[in-house]
Design a protein around this ligand. Structure first.
Ligand SMILES: [Zn+2]
Length: 88
């Protein structure tokens, strides 16, 4: 009786390992067929969002005004915000 339980446990353990192996193989197969993450991230850098620290607005880096404030590069949505930051 105890031997039978031992056999059953071994059988379950093998089943478990086989399932794990199958899952691993499926993951590898899927990973090979879907495009690499790097390809999807190939978006223009201009879509990066930057924050206007004056009015807390997020805007694309390409359309932001850039100024050095206290030695740091800062981005602004408008000249009004930039001037406000520079005057502080
Ligand atoms: Zn602003």
């Amino acid at each position: 009786m105890i031997r039978a339980v031992g056999l059953l446990l071994r059988f379950l353990a093998v089943l478990f390992l086989v399932r794990l192996a199958l899952r691993f193989l499926v993951a590898v197969f899927k990973g090979a067929t879907t495009p690499a993450p790097g390809e999807r991230r190939a978006v223009p850098a201009s879509t990066d969002l930057v924050r206007d620290r004056v009015c807390n607005t997020f805007l694309p880096r390409s359309s932001a005004l850039v100024a050095a404030v206290n030695g740091e590069t800062a981005f602004f949505c408008s000249e009004t915000c930039r001037d406000r930051a520079l005057l502080q």
